[in-house]
Design a protein around this ligand. Sequence first.
Ligand code: ZN
Length: 436
Amino acid sequence: MKVEKLKPSEQLCKIMSRIYDSKLTTVSGGNLSLKDQEGNIWVTPSGGDKGRYEISDILKILPDGKIEGTKKPSVETGIHQSILADRPEFKAVVHAHPAGLVAVSLLRELPETMIIPQVANSVKNIRLAAYGCPGSEELRNNVAKEFKENKQTNVAILENHGAFVASKIGLRDAFGIFKDLDFSIRIQAKAQNFLGKRPNLISQEQLEHYNNASCPKVETFNQAEIPEKEMQLRELICDFCERAYRRDLFTQNIGVISSRLNSHSFLITESGADNAQLTVDEVVKVRGVAVEEGKIPSKSVTLHKKIYDENPDINAIIMAAPENAMVFAVTDLEYDLKTIPECYIVLREDITKFPFGATINQQEDLAQYFKLKSPVAIVENDCYICTGNSLFNAFDKLEVVEFSAAAVINAKLLGSELKPINQDQVKEIKNKFGIF
Ligand SMILES: [Zn+2]
């Protein structure tokens, strides 16, 4: 069941285990809150196993301050209460200590928030809250002050601690902002380490153009029954989506999959779908220029359609922004394909970088670019587009993209200069694996 449809106590358990499973907290760190329609605030308890909370562990704080539950509330409950009281538009708050957010908290600096569009759009007027001992009135006041005095602010970094993220939509949304910001900081750290300078940023103007591009109004069709073959493909898309999420190739919000059904129709993930638990209902059928009634496909749907129309051999497309590979998308560093034979065999000869916004204003160029020798494209500060003759094949490319990028970054950390395979060795690979 969708997280948003669960009871508040179930949502807290679900999101806390999602935070833990995403390696964004230890078993003992972090706390969550969610305000329900009656004004009750549901909070996680103090201590316990953050990866394995049960509904009976969750506490309910009534508007009159009375607490229902068997456990002691989290030591930071006061901060949650202050944020939710001072900014009544917020419904949920997430707090934990993941490595990216803690890194900037140790430097007592604010991270760049214009590296990827998802963070540029969701993080507003990020603030730095002064240090205070965990559980103290001082820390409560320091954090509350940032949210109270800055009416746009939805994220505060706590000096030498972690971050608080609040959402007007709900707990899953707060987690999404929290995760994507931490992810963006990790990209920033790796890019800066590699390059010795700050990564390329998206300008406000570019962001506005990107946001204003909406799907053209299209016809819809009603599909009463889903044929068996189509259902199998929907299930396969869900399977690969969940796998991409589990392997940190997708985040909850970032990542799109589509797959061709036949010459005139394909399936694509729904706009705003939860990549952590995509269901077959969140996959949208596109037939000609019409889409399944009642559903909104990913905003990249027109690009996918153009790629399929232009390339009859392409049967699957995955758009993703994995952490290591993104270092090459947010800097001017070239993605080197001549690292190991597997990289060259799977990704072939060319990975071209397209400018930010190309998914909107260079769709024809992108559609014509994809060939057997160039199955993957980079869109600066946005994503990798991996194509293949099957979902497995496109997913394989995505994994090789990320693994090879991680290897190159590790090589850089080891300190010596990378030695690529040479032209003769490339020729040998081509002959052996029939690459022409
Ligand atoms: Zn904390």
